[in-house]
Design a binder for this molecule. Structure first.
Ligand code: GLC
Length: 665
């Protein structure tokens, strides 16, 4: 305990009062005891500090801040250094606005593409999600304020989120849903973590001793403060006993009296309260000091430029027939699509940022060197058929060499609090695409969406560029990629299935009743499609470039992988190298292959670099439900080095010593 001197001078009521919020986003102060109040604010892609009325759904206005690309976008950059830079900028803005705890990043696994908050999360894969989230946390905490990775844990659907019970076997929980959080806790040491609303195997996450004591604090060594989600506390006393530090938002005096009664009745002990209070005081004093010593200003222009770079690095080139892209200087383009004028650049809900400025595609096109022949909205944003708009767009398409068609999901399709009903683009947008392409086969589709889409219309465009939700500077980044100023380097952090019907969680997602059965187990995303042999539209880790790369000279053992990457094209670019582990002769069932390491290599045309990717303690482990611990199946593994999960360039067999654990199956 760090603060026994202070705690000793507090009576029970004062102690209990400090363990719940005073207002929607502030903790209680005890001025007479030198304990200040601190402010907590969202969110994962920018600061949402509400100055007036406050809410946890992004309804009331907040103080202007930089809106960065969402996590599902920056995940496609696979660039931890970028994640750290974005985190640092958000931490600066938070401290400047006197926010002590920034409520992000979100890193729940994208179990289904339909989860309404997938835009707020990184990936279907825990290594990519964990490494990117850890980078964000390091950045956010660089100036001494707290990050708050969330939502811990197994919160992968929005329907009935405050009451649903995620029923998931221990191996799947540990390997898939917790490994990302484990990476964040061990590699970035967050000062807080937020528990999820849902139950896990029958017990609310926020009072789940197995989750908060056995795993978070004992196994992983977490020593920070656990914060409830807003309204996520079911039994605060039980939460305090089992490791939850701070109940938000402002439950009022009843919560204090309830906690006091719990101590007086023996339901919990005063030592439980003191342990939580020690965590809280550490958080309050550390972050309050950081806020006090931080400037009240930040460089908004520099952060806007960083947001543009982050968006550019996250753009994924999915199709580029006959190298239609990049467009030459002076190319005559028709710009079609409502999103070109009114960008869709972030998700809805508590993550929503009041952006300092927002670039539009049309404006950014003006200084791009392209010759625009005009703009047509082309479709109704909410999906209503509109023949006149479509006809206007088709007429415009005929006047240009290339059509830039800006499509995507509108604001109400992806939000906190509700899940998507399908993975489709709106019918009126698909109809428009077909009509435009008839008029001009040189059609480039640019998609704004926070998660994967069905693409049955892929044949109707010559090029497809995925901008995800690119933040306030996303439009400029997209123009930079289309003109070749930036060579796209993003790769998908989520598989794009051919159809929702192919997705593994479809029968156990957002159904009736409280129970969500994670029956697909480990087989989520590429772990399912590649094990079951289900073809997909675009595989995990896939993305094209305007140049090409060769992989050579692989050397590998159980500790690391070394190879040479060469830029064999005519322009500089960056390549994301991925390492997957496979064990075709496994006795312990497992996915066909799993991502174990990755790196991003920047290369001039013709340049080669030798890179070494270390393999850590997660490379060969599996959770053995008989020994109730991590074990390793001994034998030969294949280390597969690829440009995507479906484009393996080099393979090496390595021998791994096992732990000789009994086979639990
Ligand atoms: C919301 C979200 C959480 C957010 C919190 C505060 O309901 O679930 O991510 O940080 O409340 O706004």
């Amino acid at each position: 305990m760090k603060h026994t001197d202070i705690i000793r001078k507090l009576n029970l009521e004062q102690k209990c009062a400090l363990l719940s919020g005073e207002t929607v986003f502030t903790t209680r102060a005890l001025p007479g005891k030198g304990i200040p109040s601190i402010t907590l604010s969202d969110g994962p892609n920018g600061v949402r500090k509400q100055a007036g009325a406050a809410d946890h759904l992004g309804l009331n206005p907040s103080v202007p801040a930089t809106c960065f690309p969402t996590s599902s976008a920056t995940a496609c950059s696979w660039d931890e250094a970028l994640g750290e830079a974005v985190g640092e900028a958000m931490g600066e803005e938070a401290a400047a606005q006197e926010v002590a705890v920034l409520l992000g990043p979100g890193l729940n696994i994208q179990r289904s593409p339909l989860c309404g908050r997938d835009f707020e999360y990184f990936s279907e894969d825990p290594i990519l999600a964990g490494k990117m989230a850890a980078a964000y946390v390091r950045g956010i905490q660089k100036k001494g304020i707290a990050a708050c990775p969330k939502h811990f844990a197994a919160n992968s659907q929005e329907l009935r989120r405050m009451a649903s019970d995620s029923v998931v076997d221990e191996r799947t929980l540990r390997e898939l849903y917790l490994t990302g959080f484990e990476i964040v806790v061990k590699e970035a040491r967050p000062k807080t973590i937020m528990t999820s609303y849902n139950l896990i195997n029958g017990t609310y996450a926020n009072e789940n001793a197995h989750l908060l004591q056995d795993i978070l604090r004992k196994d992983w060594g977490f020593d920070g403060a656990v914060v409830t989600d807003w309204g996520g506390s079911n039994d605060h006393a039980l939460g305090v006993k089992n490791g939850s530090t701070l109940e938000m938002p402002a439950p009022g005096g009843d919560a204090v009296r309830e906690l006091m009664q719990a101590v007086q009745s023996g339901k919990i002990t005063e030592a439980d309260v003191d342990a939580r209070l020690d965590e809280l005081l550490t958080l309050v004093f550390d972050t309050h000091a950081a806020v006090q010593s931080h400037s009240r200003t930040f460089d908004a222009d520099a952060h806007h430029a960083l947001a543009r770079r982050a968006a550019a690095e996250s753009i994924v080139l999915l199709k580029n027939e006959n190298d239609l892209l990049p467009l030459a200087e002076g190319a005559k383009v028709a710009v079609i699509g409502d999103f070109a004028q009114t960008p869709r650049y972030q998700g809805a809900g508590s993550s929503a940022v009041n952006s300092i400025k927002v670039d539009t595609f049309l404006d950014c096109l003006k200084e791009s060197g392209l010759a625009s022949v005009g703009f047509a909205p082309g479709f109704d944003r909410q999906g209503k058929p509109d023949a006149a708009k479509q006809a206007e767009a088709v007429a415009l398409a005929q006047k240009a060499e290339v059509v830039l068609l800006c499509l995507g999901l509108d604001e109400i399709k992806e939000s906190e609090g509700l899940d998507r009903g399908d993975m489709r683009l709106a019918d009126n947008q698909i109809e428009l695409l077909k009509a435009v392409q008839q008029a001009n086969p040189n059609t480039v589709v640019i998609v704004s969406a926070g998660a994967s889409l069905e693409t049955p219309w892929l044949a109707h465009c010559r090029a497809l560029v995925y901008g995800a939700l690119g933040g306030q500077a996303g439009a400029g980044a997209m123009v930079d990629v289309l003109t070749g100023k930036i060579n796209p380097s993003g790769k998908l952090a989520e598989t794009w299935a051919n159809a929702h019907a192919d997705t593994p969680a479809k029968d156990n997602f957002a159904g009736a009743g409280r129970t969500v059965q994670y029956r697909e187990g480990l087989y989520v995303g590429y772990r399912y499609y590649q094990t079951a042999g289900v073809p997909v539209a675009f595989p995990f880790g896939y993305g094209l470039s305007y140049t090409s790369f060769a992989y050579s000279e692989l050397k590998a053992d159980a500790r690391s992988v070394t190879l040479t990457v060469t830029n064999t094209g005519s322009r500089a670019g960056a390549e994301i190298v991925q390492v997957y582990a496979a064990k075709p002769d496994a006795r312990i069932f497992r996915p066909a292959q799993e991502l174990k390491a990755f790196t991003k290599v920047w290369l001039e045309a013709g340049e080669s670099k030798t890179v070494t990717l270390p393999l850590d303690d997660k490379a060969f482990r599996y959770w053995n439900t008989k020994t109730d611990s991590w074990e390793v199946e001994g034998g030969t593994y294949e280390l597969r080095v690829g440009a995507s999960s479906a484009d393996i360039r080099l393979t090496a067999a390595v021998e791994v010593n096992g732990t000789s654990a009994p086979n639990p199956y």
